[in-house]
Design a protein around this ligand. Structure first.
Ligand SMILES: NC(=O)c1ccc[n+]([C@@H]2O[C@H](COP(=O)([O-])OP(=O)(O)OC[C@H]3O[C@@H](n4cnc5c(N)ncnc54)[C@H](O)[C@@H]3O)[C@@H](O)[C@H]2O)c1
Length: 331
């Protein structure tokens, strides 16, 4: 089976692609490599913007995965126009040309952020979604667009992922547990922005398995699936991070609790992913922290700007805006 992973050089893709190779898949990655290339050497590289791909470029693939775009709120707010182009238009365009190229399945990296602010109820995929901020709205637009293309010959699966955490060769320290872990190790403190807020947490290993289950599901399956390892309040996540680090490393950590208003608050049911995709998470906040401890020697240069999406993105945007017009247009 040949698979194209668009945005496959990012945090999730850099953990997923080696596992796909291990399972015998032939994998290419199409990416702009904003965060460098941390992929195994045997991966085919397509160093292009997704909008430069044509249907003829996709004819050789059985499945196409979309893991690209602006992957957090700070990036979306820094460039709202690129947010809507890369998160809403790009997945729709790639799905359109994949279907024209007779690709059999398209898998879209959606997000539980589409649920916006809910009042402590468990949300399944049939509940109404209502995001009121650019990232969540753009992820929902992308999801709605790609689902329109599903038919009997073209499967479309959207995975609404919880906040992913754990070690990846393309590391991020701007994701809830990873950030708490970094400040615990660097400053001896676990910071909590709002202990009452609910979040579905997804270990990177469970995220990788969710994609594998989607790739290997019966060809007739299409649909939207919540995927998470567990639902927790941010306050509970902080306690679990703190206790695990203290137990594993024998250190003492302080706790800093604030009560900052948040636009996101949701917990999700993963029953559909269990029943239809056979997705069963095997990880917990504690096992995510142990995974981070085990991999710490590979990423303890905590202030490396590459670990923070917004820093890399701001730099890229400044570089583009400083280039002379002729260089931008290619004249
Ligand atoms: N990380 C999470 O917690 C999380 C949670 C829910 C959903 N998601 C979604 O999952 C996907 C992957 O997340 P991630 O954390 O791996 O993101 P990431 O920011 O680490 O990686 C995104 C990759 O996409 C590439 N890219 C972006 N726009 C492109 C374009 N137009 N053409 C080619 N390449 C492009 C970038 O170079 C980068 O390598 C994203 O769509 C994100 O919105 C992530």
């Amino acid at each position: 089976m040949r698979v194209l992973v668009a945005g496959g050089a990012g945090y999730v893709g850099s953990a997923l692609v080696p596992k796909l190779l291990e399972r015998g898949y032939d994998v290419d990655v199409a990416d702009l490599f904003w965060f460098g290339n941390h992929l195994p050497a045997e991966v085919g590289i397509v160093n292009r913007d997704l909008f430069d791909l044509q249907a003829s470029d996709l004819e050789k693939y059985d499945q196409v995965l979309f893991l690209a775009g602006l992957s957090n709120d700070p990036m979306a707010e820094f460039s709202p126009s690129k947010n809507f182009i890369f998160n809403a238009a790009a997945p729709a365009y790639l799905c359109y040309i994949a279907r024209r190229a007779r690709v059999r399945r398209y898998i879209y990296a959606s997000s539980c952020s589409v649920y916006g602010y809910t009042e402590n109820e468990l949300f399944d995929e049939d509940r109404p979604v209502s995001s009121h901020y650019p990232y969540g709205i753009s992820k929902l637009q992308g999801e709605r667009a790609v689902m329109q293309f599903a038919d009997d010959d073209f499967s479309v699966i959207a995975l609404r992922k919880g906040t992913v955490s754990g070690y990846s060769p393309r590391m991020r320290f701007d994701l809830i547990i990873n950030t708490m872990f970094k400040t615990a190790m660097k400053e001896g403190i676990v910071r909590v922005s709002n202990p009452a807020i609910w979040r579905p947490i997804l270990s990177i290993e469970d995220a990788v398995m969710a994609y594998i289950r989607a790739i290997e599901a019966n060809e007739r399956i299409s649909g939207i699936f919540n995927v998470a390892s567990g639902n927790h309040t941010v306050g509970e996540v902080a306690d679990l991070v703190r206790n695990t680090v203290e137990e594993e490393l024998g250190t003492r950590l302080a706790l800093d609790i604030k009560h900052v208003k948040d636009v996101r608050n949701y917990k999700v049911s993963i029953e559909r992913a269990k029943n239809v995709l056979s997705f069963h998470p095997h990880h917990s906040v504690r096992s995510i922290v142990r995974n981070l401890i085990d991999n710490m020697p590979k990423c303890n240069d905590w202030d490396n700007p590459n670990y923070y999406n917004i820093r890399v993105f701001e730099h890229l945007e400044e570089t583009v805006s400083r280039e002379p017009a002729s260089a931008v247009s290619g004249d």
